[in-house]
Structures are given as C-alpha cells and as structure tokens.
Design a binder for this molecule. Structure first.
Ligand SMILES: NC(=O)c1ccc[n+]([C@@H]2O[C@H](COP(=O)([O-])OP(=O)(O)OC[C@H]3O[C@@H](n4cnc5c(N)ncnc54)[C@H](OP(=O)(O)O)[C@@H]3O)[C@@H](O)[C@H]2O)c1
Length: 257
C-alpha cells in the first residue's frame, strides 16, 4: 500500500472542483486532513461537496469563481489569503474539451479552450506566484494532458491549449525552483469523468477517477516534475512524442474516426 502523507495544516486550492477529477481530488485531500478550497462556477455542486466532506479529517470550503474572469480569481485569492494566510498547494485543474474535426475548425473553439484551459490557469498564477515567491515555498500543479504532447486528430484546439500549458510549466519550473516554488505538471490519459462521458469515440486505457486521483496525490508527494498516468499509455504517448513526422502521421492517420 502506498504511504500517505498527512495534509493536516495544509491549505490546498483546487479549481474545477465541482465534478470529475477536481471533485475527487478535493475529497481525497480532505480525507488526508487538508483544508481544501474548492473553486468552480456551480455553487450547488460545491455546497454538496462540502457536505460530503463533513465527516472527513480535513474540510472542504466552497469558493465559487469563474476562472476565465481575472477579477473573480483575484477576489477569490484575496479571500483565501485573508482567511488562511497562504496557499500551500494549488491544483489548477479547471478545463474543457470540445471535439473538433479539422473540417469543422472554428476559431471560437480555440478561443474557448484558451480562455478556460490556459488563461484560467494564468489568472490563478497571477495571484499565486507573488504569494509563493514571497514565502519562498508552495506547490503549483497544472493539469494539462497527454493530448498536449503532439497534435492528435479532432483535437486541434484542446491539444494546442494543453501544449501551451506543458510549455509554460516547463518554463516556470526552471524560473521558480530557485524561489522555493515547485511546479508540477499533471498529464493524464483518459479518465472517466462527466467530461469524457460525452465522448463517443473509443478511449484507450480509460481509467477510473479514483485511480487517477491516487496517481496525482502520489505524484504531488514525489520529486518528479511530471505526473503522468496511466503508465503504459503514458509510455506510448511519450514514444509518439519523439517519432519523426512521417512515422507519427502514419500512426495518427490510423487514429482518425
Ligand atoms: N477526464 C480526462 O480524461 C482528462 C484527461 C486529461 C486531462 N484532463 C484535464 O483534467 C481537468 C479536469 O477534467 P475533468 O475530466 O474532471 O472535467 P469535468 O468533469 O468537465 O470537470 C471540469 C471542472 O471544471 C470546472 N469549470 C469549467 N469551467 C470553469 C470556469 N470557467 N471556471 C471555474 N471552473 C470551471 C467545472 O465546474 P463548473 O462547470 O461548475 O464551473 C468542473 O468542476 C481538465 O483540465 C481536463 O482537460 C482530463
């Protein structure tokens, strides 16, 4: 059994916490004693999540905000600092996926992905980086995706937004390490959540949300920059990442549906 570190006295901010990966992360980290601040837009879901955590060692505190709104994110961060003084771990997880075949390309899909998946993270970083650099400590975990490694069929907008996060996280890791701030990059494969429940295509190596969250929490305790799972799918995607174009496109052509 994996050894669990207690999160007692740790303040954890999770965005996209009303369902899916974020919700399960909130419950798991509260079970480990953490003080979890749960952000998303739907207050009803966050309220139910708080009630579900009443018997756990830690607590879940709903803090509704739309992460695409800079003002709302800054206000939320201010509420956290006023009440708790700091954020020890932030998991910037809110995101979406809109399947778009190349022939149906819409700049609007790109905008939606970038506003939520990229700018939603950046707004939180605006609030969190100065706070953590000032304290010379803290962990910033950015939830990207294995789909950000390379361009996949019907995922131009999603993939591009996740590639942006991966590149940004790599850059920030180097810059912020000497400042005592640890950047973690989360690259999941397919996880069963309300987001992927909408997919009609076959999802290889689909995993349940509990196992995905166990992998994330385990990775947050570890020393590695990238938290990548599931293992075999991660290795396959890692190999595809370094293939020359001719071979790579030979594979992606077969993935088209
Ligand atoms: N599931 C997978 O297979 C998979 C794989 C790789 C990466 N990921 C990444 O993991 C993250 C979570 O995915 P998931 O599958 O758990 O998705 P999900 O079930 O759709 O949950 C998305 C969460 O984001 C929140 N959200 C959406 N728009 C928001 C906004 N403007 N402001 C604040 N919160 C917002 C949603 O809550 P509200 O609607 O209440 O705001 C919800 O809590 C995403 O970044 C996704 O790209 C997922």
């Amino acid at each position: 059994m994996k050894k669990r570190r207690s999160l007692k006295n740790k303040v954890i901010w999770i965005t996209g916490a009303s369902q899916g990966i974020g919700r399960q992360l909130a419950l798991t980290m509260a079970r480990q004693g953490g003080t979890v601040i749960a952000t998303a837009r739907s207050f009803g879901n966050l309220d139910r999540l708080q009630n579900e955590a009443l018997d756990l060692d830690g607590i879940i505190i709903p803090l509704p905000a739309d992460v695409t709104r800079h003002d709302e994110v800054m206000r939320a961060a201010e509420v956290i600092t006023t009440r708790f003084g700091q954020v020890d771990i932030a998991i910037l997880n809110a995101g979406t996926f809109i399947k778009t075949a190349g022939v149906d390309f819409r700049s609007n899909h790109m905008r939606q992905h970038f506003e939520l998946n990229v700018m939603g993270v950046c707004h939180c970083l605006d609030a969190l980086i100065p706070m953590m650099v000032n304290r010379q400590s803290g962990t910033l975990a950015i939830n990207a995706s294995l789909a950000g490694y390379r361009g996949l069929p019907a995922a131009a907008a999603y993939g591009a937004s996740k590639a942006a996060l991966i590149n940004m996280a790599e850059s920030l890791y180097t810059d912020l390490k000497p400042q005592g701030v640890d950047i973690k990059l989360i690259n999941p494969g397919f996880v069963k959540t309300p987001l992927t429940d909408k997919n009609t295509f076959k999802m290889p190596f689909l995993m349940d949300v509990e196992s995905a969250v166990d992998a994330i929490v385990h990775g947050l305790n570890g020393k590695r920059f990238e938290i990548r799972f599931p293992k075999v799918f991660g290795m396959i995607m890692g190999t595809l990442r370094v293939l020359p174009y001719k071979a790579y496109f030979g594979v992606t052509r077969r993935l088209q549906q």
